[in-house]
Design a binder for this molecule. Structure first.
Ligand SMILES: NCC(=O)N[C@H]1[C@@H](O)[C@H](n2cnc3c(N)ncnc32)O[C@@H]1CO
Length: 147
């Protein structure tokens, strides 16, 4: 799992076209979304994560929680982003992992939105620019080497 974390004044997206033959079914309301004062987390779920998705979910939640507490963000935007890795997990595994991360962050008390999976989307982001505003993390199941 590769994550790019951007502490932002806002992130807003608009769904454009399908990027997968069978993208995640979405409601009309989910075609656009916005959060203000948000920690945007762009995530590529990787092949290696398929060996232990549950562990990767927990490690990702811990990392996101730690950064959110450091930058004092109470809102998280989970953003599926297939451009941070050349060894992507299959879409059905990736979607489940991202849905579970969304659920777990809500359980931890954050306000959470997740951008729709399997689409091309236009988005606008306003990075705050402070020293911790742009971070990346790589997470792998235990016992696996980071490539
Ligand atoms: N920017 C637009 C986009 O990335 N669209 C991606 C993601 O929404 C999603 N997707 C597919 N596989 C993955 C994966 N392994 N991890 C994360 N997202 C994935 O499917 C789209 C096409 O790859």
């Amino acid at each position: 799992m590769r994550m790019l974390l951007i502490h932002s004044d806002y992130l807003e997206y608009e769904v454009k076209d399908k990027a997968l033959k069978n993208p995640e079914p979405i409601s009309e309301e989910q075609r656009k979304g916005r959060l203000d004062e948000v920690l945007a987390v762009f995530m590529s779920v990787e092949k290696i994560d398929e060996t232990n998705p549950d562990e990767v979910v927990e490690k990702a939640v811990e990392e996101i929680k730690s950064v959110a507490e450091q930058v004092k963000a109470e809102r998280i935007f989970v953003y599926p982003f297939a451009h941070l890795s050349s060894e992507l997990a299959k879409p059905d595994v990736a979607l489940k992992v991202l849905q579970r991360i969304e659920e777990r962050l809500r359980e931890e008390g954050f306000e959470v939105k997740r951008a729709p999976f399997g689409y091309y989307k236009a988005f606008r982001l306003s990075c705050k620019g402070h020293p911790l505003a742009e971070l990346s993390r790589t997470i792998v199941p235990s016992g696996e080497a980071v490539s």
